[in-house]
Design a protein around this ligand. Sequence first.
Ligand code: AP5
Length: 225
Amino acid sequence: MRLVLIGAPGAGKGVYAQYFRDKYCIPQISTGDIFREEISKGTELGLRVKSYVERGELVPDEIVIEVVKKRLQQPDVQRGFILDGFPRTRPQAEALDKITSIDRAIHLKVSEEVAVKRLSGRRVCPVCGRVYNIYYEPKPKVNEKCDYDGAKLIQRQDDNPDVVRNRYRVFYDTIKPVIEYYYKSRRLIEVNADKSLKEVLPVLEKTLINTGVLKLTPCRDVKIE
Ligand code: AP5
């Protein structure tokens, strides 16, 4: 199963990707996570992308495409993968089709109002990358601590309101050609991501199974909270 997740900041790309990753044991490839890790390690790539990520601007296509190309050469993508936050521009979508074949692109449609509230409550585990929310499920069982490894949860630097607004503007300015690209090639699935995960995920999963995109057997039981 080779999926692409498209959605504005706060649409839930990370939590949807996490669900499929955990249940079917396929990697979640988040370009945002890769950049944040490189920035925190102070690598050459991190230094090149730091100012874009901090301002909520798109990193130049040639850098992102190179990063994804390299990542998709790793052996763990054999059974499939979920791309979270890539492609974000038409040249990225076209480049991706030259690197590999994509089964479906899922557009998680979220209203700005809902997404802003979600982002203000988002907390992330710095150790395993799991995403929580202090207002919505999945909430951490113990206040501000990861359920899996007990690490103290953190807030992302780019979740401050000014940067969030800029990320929104950038998303809506650039995403239309990407959505059209997948619509025209009959690979687009649109989902109302304002709804709860409980309402959306079972329907989405069934659609993927019924269309023959999802043929994998679950590797563990994952509950939607
Ligand atoms: P990236 O890390 O991709 O950030 P983003 O697109 O702004 O998306 P977010 O991670 O904020 O949102 P999400 O949809 O994953 O939400 P989540 O699942 O956490 O990119 C960061 C930066 O990197 C970019 O600004 C850019 O600079 C650069 N970059 C990355 N990729 C690039 C590319 N391809 N090209 C160029 N530059 C690139 O959910 C949010 C919160 O809501 C969570 O707390 C979650 O628990 C909660 N939640 C989610 N869904 C629900 C629901 N249905 N009900 C209740 N709560 C929910």
